[in-house]
Unconditional design. Structure first.
Length: 155
């Protein structure tokens, strides 16, 4: 999910339907794609380019198990891991994107969508992101958020 699509600082302790709609107002289709580790590395490095810090990029939420440590002064990824293992260039990773980000893939990630589609034909896996969020909250109670350090930026 693009970080800009999440509009509230916190939810709860009781989450009402209106809270969900205010939190994620851009209900959208969800796409699944398969990227190589090399493609994912290029995508992340592009997202973290210098002008990103001036507001000229999209930032994304990363799934549990992802650990990225980026040093701004050297423009290098010091850690690039999934489930504690280094992400290899030839490794295949499934990612999900909202329709807006899918439709602007090359602009937002600097990787041609055609090269990603070679790995696996992109496909719609849900027609409503909000339905997924609503279902998750309905089936998972007592959630507690905390910062895990999935994306760490160093000077």
């Amino acid at each position: 999910m693009g970080s800009g699509a999440i509009r509230k600082q916190s939810l709860g302790p009781i989450v009402e339907y209106q809270d969900l709609m205010e939190n994620t107002p851009f209900d959208d289709v969800l796409w699944m794609l398969k990227v190589t580790g090399a493609q994912f590395r290029c995508m992340v490095l592009y997202m973290l380019r210098d002008d990103a810090w001036e507001g000229h990029t999209e930032f994304y939420q990363f799934s549990k198990g992802v650990r990225i440590v980026y040093r701004k002064s050297t423009h290098r990824l010091e850690e690039f891991k999934f489930r504690g293992e280094d992400i290899r260039d030839d490794q295949r990773l499934l990612i999900a994107l909202q329709n807006y980000h899918y439709n602007n893939f090359e602009e937002f990630f600097h990787v041609p969508l055609e090269t990603v589609a070679i790995n696996m034909k992109p496909r719609v896996i849900a027609t409503s992101v909000n339905n997924i969020v609503e279902e998750y909250f309905a089936t998972h109670t007592g959630l507690d958020s905390h910062v895990e350090g999935r994306l760490v930026i160093l000077d």
